[in-house]
Each structure stands twice: as structure tokens, then as C-alpha cells.
Design a protein. Structure first.
Length: 294
């Protein structure tokens, strides 16, 4: 609330947020429990308030960066003296500290982060907090980030790949649900529209990584699910053969199409590798340069 009041001067808004925090929660048995600390899980304001609280972590490391590592000279001097250089990247309650140094520098930083969070009444989750080398790789926001050798060369690059287990299992689960027997009352074009929307939405998030192979694998999985769905839906006295299926439900090669709707899948989303833009990313809070008369 102190951090909120520093930014929001309207006392009525602050009072409303405070009432939300103290409103209590309803248990599974229907009883009401008081909330002494924290934000109600699942509350509409909880992600925003958690973000406001964790901005203290951003400020701590931003001040440290500008004071000790803000210039190229400062960073090179620290390296010569055996000191580490680091930068914090945070999204909501998930963050990673990138350290250019030794393992003991990262271990020390973990204790420093824990101390900053302790002032906020928060703790690091031990099962989710690790110190790893970039060659081992780590998971962040659904991606697996790891430095590897580029095939056919001796050069090392950092690859950002959709996290295999969770990300792929999630989209496969959605495809299975849409192609289950309960959806066979739909027309094929309706099914294709629904699948295209789901796959494109998923692919738009992962299109900034090394995702071509993953997109193709998902499309292949989806194609097989559609094929089985069609054969089950149009099964008559004789099972629908693959030659007949291709003649009736494909327009170009083995691409499914019906009533002008085609299966485009995740591969239709163009992969555009992300390029770091730093402070050039426009935000509503970026200070505008003062106007001058020329």
C-alpha cells in the first residue's frame, strides 16, 4: 500500500484497494477467512498488486546497475578485478538474473534477492530457483534458453526454443479436445476454423524463438487428429480410405480444405527472431523530449 500511495494520490482508489486486500476469502466449505497478508489468489487485482510489490526488486538492481555497471568502462574494470556483472529480467513474478562471472557471484546474488524479497514479506520458491550455466539452459516464460553449437559449424549461439514438455503438451491437449468424438457434429470447415485460430494464437507467442521444427511437429500431430476425425465422422458401410479422403477433403496435396476453408496450422505463422531494442521500446511512461522552436 505504501508503494501504491506513492504513485496514486486519489485516496478513494487507495481505500478501495485496501478494502480488496482485507476482504477475506471464501473457503471450499463456504466459510469466510480473514486475509492478514498477501493478495487473494485468483483475484482480479492480485497480478497487478504483485507486480507493484515486485517493482522494489527492479529498483534495487536498477540502482545497482547505474551506480556500479552503467558504463562499458565500469563493466570492464569489474571483470579485470574478478567481479561479476549482472542484469535482472523480470515478467510478473517470474525473473532471471543473467550473470557474467563465476558461480559464486550468482550464489551471492541469490542471497541478495532473498534479502530484498524478505523486506516485502516474500520468499523465493526453492523448487523453482536454480543457479545454472547458460550451456545447461533454463526455462523462462515457456521457452527453454540455452547456448549450443550451431550444426555444421564450431560457433556457439543462444537458442530460444518452446519448452518441450509444458508448451507442447498444452497445445496438444487443446487439439485433442477439439477433435474428440463429441465434436463430430460440426462441419469440417467449422473444425478447421477453430483449429487454425487455436494454433495461430499459440504460434504467435512462440514465433520469436527457434520454433520451425516444433510448429511442423504440432501441425503433423493435428493433421493426424483431423484425418482420424474425418474417417470416424464419415464412416459408412465401408471405411473411408486414404485415397477417397484425399479426393474429397484435400485441395492441394494432403492439405485439408472444405467449403473454402483450409487447414493452415501453426506453420502459417512467420517466425521473426526477436532483436533486443533496449530503451527504444516505446511505452506510455517514456518521457517525451521537450519541444524547441527552430
Amino acid at each position: 500500500m505504501c508503494r501504491l500511495r506513492a504513485r496514486i494520490k486519489d485516496k478513494r482508489v487507495c481505500a478501495l484497494v485496501k478494502a480488496f486486500l482485507k476482504s477475506g476469502v471464501m473457503t471450499t466449505s463456504g466459510d469466510r477467512e480473514e486475509t492478514v497478508t498477501g493478495t487473494p489468489q485468483g483475484g482480479i487485482l492480485s497480478p497487478l498488486l504483485a507486480n507493484i510489490a515486485l517493482s522494489a526488486l527492479d529498483e534495487h538492481f536498477a540502482q545497482q546497475w547505474h551506480r556500479e555497471m552503467g558504463t562499458a568502462y565500469q563493466r570492464s574494470k569489474r571483470r579485470r578485478n574478478g567481479l561479476g556483472v549482472w542484469r535482472l529480467i523480470r515478467y510478473a513474478d517470474d525473473f532471471v538474473l543473467m550473470v557474467d562471472g563465476q558461480r559464486h557471484h550468482a550464489e551471492t546474488l541469490r542471497e541478495e534477492v532473498a534479502a530484498v524479497l524478505d523486506l516485502l514479506g516474500l520468499q523465493l520458491a526453492p523448487e523453482k530457483t536454480r543457479v545454472v550455466h547458460i550451456d545447461e539452459g533454463f526455462d523462462f516464460l515457456g521457452f527453454h534458453i540455452r547456448r549450443m553449437r550451431k550444426p555444421g559449424t564450431q560457433k556457439q549461439y543462444v537458442y530460444t526454443i518452446p519448452r518441450p514438455k509444458k508448451a507442447i503438451a498444452s497445445i496438444k491437449g487443446k487439439v485433442k479436445a477439439k477433435t474428440y468424438r463429441s465434436t463430430r457434429h460440426m462441419d469440417l470447415d467449422e473444425l478447421l476454423v477453430s483449429l487454425n485460430r487455436t494454433l495461430k494464437g499459440w504460434a504467435n507467442y512462440f514465433r520469436h524463438g527457434v520454433s520451425a521444427a516444433v510448429f511442423n511437429a504440432i501441425d503433423s500431430f493435428t493433421w493426424k487428429r483431423i484425418m482420424r476425425w474425418i474417417r470416424a465422422k464419415y464412416a459408412g458401410k465401408h471405411q473411408l480410405g486414404m485415397t477417397e479422403l484425399r479426393r474429397r477433403f484435400c485441395d492441394r496435396g494432403w492439405r485439408f480444405a472444405h467449403n473454402g476453408t483450409i487447414f493452415s496450422g501453426a506453420s502459417s505463422v512467420a517466425i521473426t527472431r526477436y532483436r533486443y531494442r533496449g530503451n527504444t521500446i516505446a511505452t506510455p511512461w517514456s518521457p517525451k523530449p521537450a519541444a524547441t522552436n527552430g
